[in-house]
Design a protein around this ligand. Structure first.
Ligand code: ADP
Ligand code: ASP
Ligand code: MG
Length: 420
């Protein structure tokens, strides 16, 4: 149960799996009250007024008789701003220093939220990821949580305090500050919920749950009240940013239900859990920008070395081989030093590079219906891959929103109309 809570044991080697871990109930933590873990994203704490309303909600939850752990993201666009600042200094900044810088964003909001809660007369204390016992591997910018040792969090809950945990960060087993990848505060919330023995985590953002498409792109997207980890995981890994992919994977493994809600528009939610009904039709259409495609000749060894370089940079790089060509797809935002890496891939390993691509992934639905919709509605699709639960196409970035809207209208809205 390394994920749940470890005592002094060696960290798992990178790549080790927690698949068989079961959650052990926390032993020291015994106030008898139920623990609520709430995570507030960047837009929920974007300014002081919003921080105050979040503090209000937290205090009300505590007053209802819960022990409350709050995970916070950096305020508004702080992480983007810090990243831009680093790039002003060096276009390919060293990752260790980047993590030192980016982790400061969450440190600001955790301290400010703690002040706002204390101002309301409720006891509170903020902790960094490292103080909260979040132990990661040593991959900067995209670290993976390998253990959570939340002793200080438990002690403070025991003292009756609200504990505010900085999201998105941890400490590697080498005692270095790490960050968990963009959007990683969701993962912090799931990891804390698992480690503290909570049954679920509440993820608050600017949207009241998960929709059949990004509501910013598709205004008539359908709200999805319940989802299985499977479909949610497919959506998240396809790039639906409402929940972080690693958070969904961890939630599934640790059996933590996710309740995705809106901070300022209470009412609806999406409940992600094991017992949600299997979907009968297309669930979602997910677009993702910022994809680069690398092409190699199969007979050259460049592509295997390129995969090596991408793995070392912590970039997920799925590839396909077709005839004499090998195509590797990467999401460039995963590499903060993409410029340097791209030069290496092209210059040293002989890649042909195409940037400005996007993907559209259709989750669920009858394969033949989805394939026909793609053929009829998205003739510009450059390649298509279909596995068990999802079909993905690649297309130029400029076309992604139009393709999402067209496929959604055909596969989700029309289906919805046809089904009473
Ligand atoms: P936070 O900063 O609180 O973590 P995010 O910006 O990461 O929030 O995620 C919320 C955003 O995710 C929404 O504003 C919405 O535009 C976007 N989003 C993308 N796909 C979906 C979807 N399928 N359902 C709901 N929201 C989505
Ligand atoms: N602040 C980080 C980001 O913008 C983490 C998060 O918001 O979840 O990516
Ligand atoms: Mg997010």
């Amino acid at each position: 149960a390394q994920l749940a809570r470890g005592d002094a044991h060696e960290p798992l080697p990178d790549g080790a799996s927690h698949a068989n871990s079961t959650r052990t109930p926390p032993s020291r933590y015994t106030t008898g009250m139920s623990i609520v873990v709430q995570k507030y994203g960047g837009s929920s704490v974007a300014d002081v007024a919003k921080l105050h309303s979040v503090a209000e909600k937290v205090v009300a939850t505590r007053a209802a008789g819960h022990d409350v752990v709050v995970v916070v993201s950096a305020m508004g666009k702080t992480t983007d701003e810090l990243l831009a600042l680093a790039r002003e200094v060096d276009a390919s900044p060293p990752r260790r220093e980047l993590d030192m810088l980016l982790s400061a964003g969450e440190r600001m909001s955790m301290a400010l939220l703690s002040m706002a809660i204390q101002k309301r007369g409720a006891p509170a204390i903020s902790f960094t990821g490292s103080q909260s016992g979040i132990i990661t591997n040593d991959r900067h910018f995209d670290a993976r949580i390998i253990d959570v040792r939340p002793h200080r969090v438990e002690d403070e809950l025991h003292r009756g305090r609200v504990v505010i945990v900085a999201g998105y960060q941890g400490m590697s087993y080498k005692r270095e500050v790490t960050t968990l990848g963009r959007g990683g505060s969701d993962t912090t919330a799931i990891a804390m919920a698992a480690a503290l023995g909570a049954s679920h985590a509440e993820i608050y953002s600017d949207v009241d749950g998960v929709y059949s498409a990004d509501p910013r792109v598709v205004p008539d997207a359908q709200h999805l009240p319940e989802l299985r980890y499977d479909e949610m995981g497919r959506m998240a890994s396809a790039g639906a940013k409402v929940l972080h992919g690693k958070a969904v994977a961890m939630a599934r493994e640790a059996r933590i239900a996710i309740r995705a809600r809106s901070t300022f528009r209470p009412g609806k939610e999406t409940h992600v859990h094991d017992d949600a009904p299997a979907p009968a039709r297309t669930q979602a259409v997910v677009g993702a920008r910022g994809i680069a495609e690398l092409r190699f000749a199969r007979r050259d060894e460049g592509w295997t070395r390129a995969l090596e370089a991408l793995a070392a940079a912590g970039v997920d790089a799925p590839f396909t081989m077709n005839g004499d060509a090998v195509n590797v797809r990467v999401r460039t935002s995963e590499a903060p030093d993409w410029g340097r890496l791209a030069n290496e891939l092209v210059g040293t390993h002989g890649a042909t590079l195409e940037e400005g691509r996007s993907t559209v992934t259709v989750v669920g639905g009858r394969r033949a219906d989805v394939a026909r919709a793609v053929r009829e509605l998205v003739p510009e699709a450059m390649d298509l891959a279909c596995d068990e639960g999802a079909l993905r196409i690649t297309l130029p970035q400029a076309r992604v929103d139009a393709a999402v809207r067209a496929l959604h209208a055909r596969l989700v809205t029309r289906d919805e109309e046809a089904t009473p």
